[in-house]
Design a protein around this ligand. Structure first.
Ligand SMILES: Nc1nc2c(c(=O)[nH]1)N[C@H]1C(S)=C(S)[C@@H](COP(=O)(O)OP(=O)(O)OC[C@H]3O[C@@H](n4cnc5c(N)ncnc54)[C@H](O)[C@@H]3O)O[C@H]1N2
Ligand code: MOO
Length: 435
């Protein structure tokens, strides 16, 4: 699709709906190749090859308590001590009826014993005439008491991870238990992030010159991409010069970027150079989306003939909230799909508005909100959304502590307080406020 002319680089693009944009993007995302990763570094990745327990856990009947290994049918009484079974050791120790052995938590139950009596239910006695230590067992136990049978925790052949499962910390621990020091997982995407605009200066600029704005989008997008599990590269700030932009794209591609995220320079201005560059270097699939904020959101692919790779490019609008919303609504699910997520799409919940939400007559709007769970005191309840003040797309404070984007339909007037709307989750609800 060609732009209409140098003064209106976006004019040639028809407006599509956000759901169409999301579908187009996911259609172009390929799951990345599989790599072997040390298991503890694979947290958050998606497993590509099953991990199966080759042996049972515990591999031997193991004591659950520090105490004495006994023959349960002996019952309470005084018994000679025949030795010690300590965790990590094995020996020729045998517990005959009428004897006990000292045992520690996790140690193999000696042959002959069938239960453990915890130390609190015993007393050490003076040695008997034969010089052997003796123990008084005060309480009888049933066979199997305080013993973990072979395989009770993990049976031999148990599938710990199926292909497609996301690896969490429990999975890392379980993989460790079954001897999988490394796992096969889908590679993390390499994401290059740049900011575009002559007015943008880096965050460490102490005093701003005339017309300058500190860069909020690049640190935000680097952090957001990393949060999805991606490996990120900071490509810096690029001014409004086609040549410098192209050089930065080339460098990102040569350095192995799977995905390039830009912000700024994607709308209707004469110096909005991103769309013309993408038209030159690749294929643009959409350049305008019916959403507020985020209308000029642009998605393209670039073929790298050298490596045969297809690079996904997300050109996000410069307004900080537009970048923030577009990342959550479109880029995040793409990065998840590349990493093999079975269901990369956004998670939505229904929420009750605690105050009216103004509708936009031209576009559905994604209003930033903080949601919390409000209990009805009888075991049920619902999510309730609190707004975050002015929803200007330049006002990133509207996203401060937000955990959801309310989907406010296009229309006139307002959605009244108390109405239920759909909300896209943009944060982990573990951080949700409790009031
Ligand atoms: N004539 C029209 N003008 C605009 C339209 C339109 O339809 N017709 N759309 C508006 C919408 S909607 C958006 S969103 C913006 C997006 O424009 P760009 O992507 O080209 O962004 P810029 O013009 O470069 O910047 C917009 C705004 O954001 C500030 N900015 C940019 N980058 C950063 C950054 N990295 N960190 C912090 N702030 C940044 C920039 O200074 C501008 O204030 O276009 C509207 N215009
Ligand atoms: O769509 Mo723009 O992102 O409203 O500000």
């Amino acid at each position: 699709m060609a732009a209409q002319g140098p003064l209106t680089p976006s004019a040639a693009y028809g407006m599509i709906s956000i759901s169409e944009a999301q579908a187009i993007v996911l259609e172009h995302c390929r799951v990345l190749p599989v790599e072997r990763v040390p298991t503890h570094e694979a947290v958050g990745m998606v497993c590509a090859e099953a991990v199966v327990a080759k042996d049972p856990l515990p591999p031997f009947p193991a004591s659950i308590k520090d105490g004495y290994a006994v023959v349960a049918s002996d019952g309470p009484g005084e018994y000679p001590l025949v030795g010690e079974a300590l965790a990590g050791t094995s020996g020729s120790l045998k517990v005959e009826p009428g004897t006990v052995a000292y045992i520690t938590t996790g140690a193999p139950l000696p042959p002959g014993a069938d239960a453990v009596v915890m130390i609190e239910q015993t007393e050490a006695l003076a040695p008997g005439d034969d010089g052997r230590k003796r123990v008084k067992v005060n309480k009888g136990v049933v066979a199997g008491a305080d013993v973990r049978p072979v395989g009770v925790d993990i049976g031999c052949g148990t599938v710990i991870l199926h292909p497609g499962d996301r690896i969490g910390i429990a999975e890392v621990g379980l993989a460790g238990s079954v001897g999988a020091a490394a796992v096969s997982a889908y590679r993390r995407p390499c994401v290059a992030v740049l900011s575009n605009g002559d007015e943008i200066v880096s965050s460490d600029t102490a005093s701003l010159g005339p017309g300058q704005i500190r860069d909020s989008n690049r640190p935000m997008l680097l952090a957001a991409a990393r949060e999805t599990g991606a490996l990120v590269t900071d490509m810096g700030i690029v001014g409004d010069k086609q040549g410098s932009l192209e050089e930065t794209f080339e460098k990102a591609i040569q350095d192995g970027a799977d995905v390039i995220i830009t912000s700024g320079g994607v709308s209707m201005g004469a110096r909005d150079l991103i769309k013309p560059l993408l038209e030159k270097k690749g294929t643009i699939y959409f350049g305008k989306v019916c959403m507020k904020p985020g209308k000029p959101l642009t998605f393209a692919t670039i073929e790298d003939s050298g490596s045969g790779r297809t690079i996904l490019v997300f050109a996000l609008p410069g307004n900080p909230v537009s970048s923030y919303a577009c990342f959550h609504l479109v880029v995040a699910s793409a990065l998840r799909k590349c990493q093999g997520w079975r269901e990369p799409s956004l998670r939505r919940v229904h929420v009750r508005l605690s105050s009216a939400a103004k509708m936009d007559s031209g576009r559905p709007e994604f209003q930033r909100a903080r949601i919390h769970w409000e209990s009805d005191g009888e075991g049920a309840g619902q999510f309730v959304a609190k707004g975050t003040g002015s929803q200007l797309s330049s006002r990133l404070l509207s996203a401060l502590s937000a955990n959801a984007l309310l989907e406010i339909p296009q229309g006139t007037g307002e959605v009244p307080s108390g109405a239920t709307v759909s909300a896209v989750l943009v944060d982990d609800l573990r951080h949700m406020s409790l009031q």
